[in-house]
Design a protein around this ligand. Structure first.
Ligand code: FAD
Length: 389
């Protein structure tokens, strides 16, 4: 039976970063994935992921994303690949319900965090938004915008591919197309069984994405919910290509009135727009991975028409991807309550990619030293009252 210092289950955003950092630190490591990452069955596909230093989701994320930005550049230098496009991020609210004192407004939260942490930004009024970003010509007079020049987007598939390649070059073993079916532990370490082999290790990191609830059982299956999301690339005017920032637009109350999108990229002629839905729960096995023309039309009418100038109704491309969300929408990163020597990283509730490079480093440190330089205590399991089965 093969034995390693560390094993990693799931080689998506989190797992690829962990395997890379472990291999870089000279740890003998093997990674296992049921698919062939980067792939289109989990949470890490669709060409682009937003990254921003002022993480409106919470102050605890700021040191993580800062470290990630540093690592993406390090990875670019090592691989020669472009991973992080610093297009700037515009977070804006243009809503008839906008209340400038509403502490829950995402733009205001982002602004406040940037002010607290000294993150470079510009605060824009409606006239300035329209002048600077003509695709937002339709914003209401009450609109406000937060522009962060250091933000932008990541190329998720490339980030995963680069880290896995560099990990292999540094001696990591990757078992792809192989599904983990059993995990056990004792004083000596962990034993992981796949459909093809059994492996042993001193430490185990589990980053199984949408499948984590099924693989880990209680309490994770009660805490993790999978939500199908749709991504659309709409045809965009030539003037928008290369000119548009990555953006998050709040145009009303509730999740269905928030959308986000990316710079129209040279050579693609389209602009990606998406929303987040948290009302219909799914599973990775039953997820409908097709998108109908009616769904594309609904997205255009509700999110694009009258909101994004220069973006037409023709859907150039579409995709389905899934979030796995905890009850408070924050991450779970903690030692497994029953398995010894095992760290669990939840798939991060729809906002984890930007943090994955630094989290992978933190997980590698946990494997080596039992703790990490980054403070991950706010992601502990203990914050949840676990429902009894
Ligand atoms: C539509 C969408 C938009 C998003 N936008 C953003 C954004 O703009 N910015 C941002 O920061 N984040 C964003 N996120 C969130 C981010 O992409 C995720 O948090 C992150 O990709 C999750 O990575 P992961 O490694 O946990 O999961 P994944 O990348 O899905 O990896 C899990 C891996 O585990 C493998 N696996 C599962 N079970 C087993 C098993 N039994 N045996 C072996 N292998 C197994 C799977 O094959 C998979 O490769 C978005 C997510 C989605 C879906």
């Amino acid at each position: 039976m093969q034995r390693y210092q560390a094993l990693v289950i799931g080689l998506g955003a989190m797992g690829a970063a962990t395997v890379y950092q472990l291999a870089k630190a000279g740890v003998t490591v093997a990674g296992i994935d049921r698919h062939h990452p980067p792939h289109t069955f989990g949470s890490s596909h669709g060409d682009t992921r937003i990254t921003r230093l002022s993480v409106g989701e919470g102050a605890q994320y700021v040191p993580i994303v800062r470290e990630s930005h540093r690592i993406w550049r390090e990875l670019e230098a090592e691989s020669g690949e472009s991973l992080f496009e610093q297009s700037g991020v515009l977070v804006l609210t243009s809503s008839p319900d906008f209340d400038p004192h509403d502490a829950s407004d995402f733009t205001l939260r982002t602004l406040k965090l940037a002010q607290t942490y000294g993150i470079e930004h510009t605060l824009l009024n409606a006239t300035q938004i329209r002048q600077r970003f003509p695709q937002f010509a339709h914003v209401l007079d009450s609109a406000i915008g937060y522009f962060e020049p250091e933000g932008g987007f990541l190329r998720p598939e490339r980030c995963i591919d680069v880290q896995l390649r560099l990990a292999e070059q540094r001696g990591a073993t990757l078992f792809k197309g192989e599904t983990v079916t059993g995990i056990s532990s004792d004083e000596q370490g962990v034993t992981v069984t796949t459909n093809l082999r059994t492996l042993q290790a001193d430490k185990l990191v589990i980053s199984a994405g949408n499948w984590a609830g099924d693989l880990l059982g209680s309490p994770f299956d009660q805490l993790l919910s999978v939500y199908r999301q749709q991504l659309f690339w709409f045809e965009a005017d030539a003037e928008l290509v290369g000119a548009s920032p990555t953006f998050i637009l709040t145009h009303g109350a509730g999740d269905s009135n928030v959308n986000y999108g990316f710079a129209a990229l040279p050579g693609e002629g389209s602009l990606k727009v998406a929303t987040a839905q948290y009302h219909t729960v799914s599973t990775p096995d039953t997820l409908d991975r097709t998108v109908s023309p009616a769904q594309g039309q609904a997205m255009y009418e509700q999110q694009v028409q009258g909101r994004l100038a220069g973006v037409g109704p023709t859907v150039v491309k579409s995709a389905v991807c899934a979030y796995t969300v905890t009850p408070d929408h924050h991450f779970i990163i903690d030692e497994h309550p029953a398995l010894q020597h095992t760290l669990v990283a939840s798939p991060c509730s729809g906002h984890g990619f930007k943090h994955s490079a630094a989290l992978g480093k933190a997980f590698a440190q946990w494997c080596q030293h039992g703790s990490s330089e980054l403070d991950l205590s706010s992601f502990s399991l203990q914050r949840f009252a676990i429902p009894s089965t």
